[in-house]
Structures are given as C-alpha cells and as structure tokens.
Design a protein around this ligand. Structure first.
Ligand code: PBG
Length: 347
C-alpha cells in the first residue's frame, strides 16, 4: 500500500487543498486516541499509589529535618519527625517505606559493627514506627556502606572487597533487622551468595515470614551521587565495580535473577531504573517472582533540577517517568517522588 502525499500544489492555500484531500487509509491509529475516555479505555499500563515504595533518610536527634542539597525536597528526618510525616503519607495511600539511616562518622569502622547494635538508630526507628503504624511495610537495606569507615558495601582488605567474610556479616545484619521489626530485608550489597545466607539465617532463627527484596541487577552507576551525599557514604577509595554490575551487560542480569530466585528472594530489583528499562523488561519476561525498580537519587535530581530551570513540567515528567517503569514491567517502584506522585494520582 502506498500513500503518496506530496503536499499542496504551489500557489494554493494549503488548508483548503488538504481539507479536500481524503487519504484512503485502512488503518488510522489516531481513532484510538481521539478523546480522553477512549485513551483511558485502551491504556495498557496503570500506575497507582499501591505500586510505590518511598525511600526515606533518618538521622539522630529530636525535631530534626535537614535538607539534602542534591535531592531537593528530601530531608534527613529524626525519628519523631518521620513519625509525624508518616501520618501524612499514609493518608495519601502510601504503605511501604525503605529506611536508610545516616550513621554518625564516629560510629563507623571497617566491619560496620554499628549495623548490629541493638540500641542503634535503625532499631529505634523500626520499633517506634512499628508501634505507631503496625500496617506500614518497613524495608531495611542490607549493605555495610552507611556503617563502614571505608564506604564500601562489604569488608575491605588490602584494597579488595572480601566476599565471603562480608556475606557472614550481612546475614547477621539481616537477622538483626528482622528481629527489630523489618518486614522486608533488602540486600543491596551485590556479594555472591548473600540471599542464600540471609534466607538460611532468617529461617534458622524463626523469621520464616521475613521477606527478601534482592537488589538483583544493581549496576555500578553514577546515578547514586545524591544518595551518597545524604548518608555521607561514598567509597573512601576505589569504586564499586568489582561487585556492582557493569552497565555494558544484560545477560549477567539474567544470571543474577536465576541465582537470587534459587537462593530464596521473594522479589527482585533492577537499579538504577531509567537508564536500565531494557533490563527491567528482560527480567520481567522470565521472572517467576515480582520485579521492583529503583528510580534512584540521580534520576530524581535530574527531573527536579531540570524543572527548576524551567526545562520541563515537573508533575507531568514525574507521572510519565513512573508510568514508563510500569510499562517496562516493574511491579513495584522505589521512588523519592512517592508522596508527590501519590498527590498527583489522587486528582
Ligand atoms: C547502598 C545503597 C545505595 C543506594 C541504595 N542502597 C548506594 C550505593 O550502592 O552506592 C542508592 C540509592 C539511590 O541512589 O537512590 N548499598
């Protein structure tokens, strides 16, 4: 079928001549876009507040809310402030929080021992939140970086990140978090075998109901910058390329999926999100378990700073971005936009 339309003859008013011309087209896809109710009827993808997990930063003190420079609109909150805000977020329909504690520098050491302290910031936050909001799902991160004086996710010896030693500590860390009330533990460390070790340790101690959200395809990415500012957790030396994945690879993500599934993960995650929508889509096609995506700090910052500069409409960009995550195959989305998106979705 050829549709030749070479434009109006020279010298004629283009409107009058195009009005006269009716193309003979069997297919006119625009008919399914002609008004909002038809577009809603045929929409393939749906985004709602149920899909959102809100990552929040917590810090010591009372009545503290410290803005994070590179994450406009996000703050480090003391536990009392977090409790107050949580009422608001809950009213918006949010049901899942991922907690990230900012650990004081003096408490950091090479083994991240503070991660196991029953009197630490994270256990205090978990207990307070669970008391006040028993039906909010609390997700805790399993990795050493916020606690480590080296700023790495595992233990560093002679410039190397040790796998098996780290896994042992991470499994203890997950067990502690479960005992403090975490509903989900989320290993973000990318050590080999950590999901198996965590599942075995949890089960051996009676925490068979604690779920594992595995950071399965977590890439060595430049998009974590604002997060590392928030927690002051950047590596002191080197980078994370010997454990986080190489952005050039996708088949490796399927290997990680197979392992995390076999080792007992309940949900898998792709991170970052936007530059890795292809990975989300590939994983979703074959994953027997739900797939989450992390719309990370750098992705949030891009939209916030672009909108502040007048380059785009912030609210539309947020909803378009989150919808793209769903279209690619994400069941759940971790995003700093969660409360703002929840408000937009209510309208
Ligand atoms: C810790 C961790 C990181 C993020 C989540 N958990 C940082 C890192 O791996 O360096 C990044 C999240 C974000 O950028 O929003 N392992």
């Amino acid at each position: 079928m050829t549709d030749s339309f070479s434009g109006p003859p020279l010298g004629k008013d283009p409107m009058t001549s195009t009005q006269k011309k009716t193309l003979s087209l069997q297919r006119r896809p625009r008919r399914n876009r002609k008004n909002a109710s038809i577009r809603d009827l045929v929409a393939e993808t749906h985004l709602s507040v149920e899909h959102l997990i809100y990552p929040v930063f917590i810090c010591e003190g009372q009545n503290v809310a410290i803005p994070i420079k590179t994450l406009p609109g996000q703050e480090r909150l003391s536990v009392d402030q977090l409790c107050l805000k949580l009422q608001e977020w809950k009213d918006l329909g949010l049901k899942h929080l991922a907690l990230f504690p900012q650990i004081e520098e003096k408490l950091k050491d090479p083994y991240g021992k503070e991660a196991l302290n029953d009197q630490g910031l994270l256990p205090r936050a978990l207990k307070t939140l669970k008391d006040r909001y028993p039906d909010i799902n609390l997700i805790t991160d399993v990795a050493l970086d916020p606690y480590s004086s080296d700023g790495h996710d595992g233990v560093v010896k002679n410039g190397k990140i040790l796998n098996d030693v780290s896994v042992e500590i991470l499994a203890q860390m997950a067990l502690k978090q479960a005992s403090w009330g975490a509903d989900w533990v989320a290993p973000s460390d990318m050590m080999d075998g950590r999901v198996r070790a965590i599942r075995q340790t949890l089960d051996a101690n009676g925490f068979t109901d604690t779920s594992i959200l595995a950071y399965t395809a977590k890439y060595a990415s430049s998009f974590y910058g604002p997060f590392r500012e928030a927690l002051n957790s950047a590596p002191k030396a080197g980078d994370k390329k010997t454990y986080q994945m190489d952005p050039r690879n996708s088949r490796e993500a399927l290997l990680e999926l197979r392992l995390d599934f076999q080792e007992g993960a309940d949900m898998v995650m792709v991170k970052p999100g936007l530059p890795y929508l292809d990975i989300i889509s590939q994983i979703k096609k074959v994953s027997p378990i739900p797939v989450a995506a992390y719309n990370v700090s750098g992705e949030y910052a891009m939209i916030k700073f672009a909108a502040a500069a007048g380059a785009l409409d912030e609210n539309q960009a947020i909803l378009e971005t989150l919808t793209a995550f769903r279209r690619a195959g994400s069941d759940a989305i971790l995003t700093y936009f969660a409360p703002q998106a929840a408000k937009l979705l209510r309208k």
